[in-house]
Design a protein around this ligand. Sequence first.
Ligand SMILES: O=C(O)CCC(=O)C(=O)O
Ligand SMILES: [Fe+2]
Length: 335
Amino acid sequence: MPALNVPVIDLQPWFSGTPEGKAAVARAVDDACRSIGFLVITHHQIDAALIRRVSDASRAFFALPLADKRKVDRPRDDAVRGYSAVGEEGLSYSLEEAAPGDLKESFSIGPSGVPDDDYHRGPAAGAHFEPNQWPVGVAGFQAAYEEYFAAMSGLARELMCMFAVGLQLPETFFDDKIDKHISMFRVLSYPAQTEAPLPGQMRAGAHSDYGSLTVVLPDGPGLQVFNKAGQWVDVPQVADSLVVNIADLMMQWTNDEWVSTLHRVVNPPFDDSMKNTRRQSLVFFHQPNYDAVIECLPSCLAEGAVAKYAPVTSGDHLTAKFVKQTTFGGTKAAA
Ligand SMILES: O=C(O)CCC(=O)C(=O)O
Ligand SMILES: [Fe+2]
């Protein structure tokens, strides 16, 4: 019977470094990725002061007048850099369902400080290393965002090492596929709701994420996961934890052995002013190097089984998701 709730996994034994401790964490992570595709991690080693700085800078940014936020509006559909206003995105568009726009606004960045070489600036790089946009007038914003992006890159690398061990691969198997990753860091602001949502409208509609893994830091309730029994279950709220989920590319890499699970962010109760409050989440979408080839991992092909997917690069996989979303949704693409 697969797990029907999101497990909480303490990463301390992994970081302590004993072979038994690391193996036990990798087993628990593998189990979670197979059964529900989500896990809550504790002792993740992300500095609490850094989390506070990013959270505070984000609160200050989203409190600016709309006209100021619009000065760093996302430039184009294929360049996820900058601000996106309430209702401009509907995550469920990626599932080919028409639904009203999500009740959230966001600010996104990609990698910064990358070398000025052909790999990063040449035609093959497309928009993956497009420069970031930075708001003016919010003290410490850029530094906090860049440091958090770097911290998340380090954590994602550790998680990919746990994934490798859990999948019976050498611990460093993924290293050369993620050393120039094209991840995105996005802060989401879900305003307190002053009008009742439209039918079917949510803070974030049901969707799965695109890349290898996502690390989420929510500041309140609302995130729900669709489990294998067909129930929506709340992600547990645990102090000083982070939520990790695997995403579509990882599911494809494992030949569907691991699951990229539908999730959503539900509305607060409209008529309870104590609970109808603003919500903010820090979300890091990890995506391997644009030229990393995603083809069925050797340990995921059982004797006599066939790979379900043709090999594809990480960059093409991501671009295909954006195309699908903009074509169907007729809106700015989302995560
Ligand atoms: O805000 C959250 O808790 C999750 C948001 C999410 O799932 C996404 O942006 O992909
Ligand atoms: Fe998501």
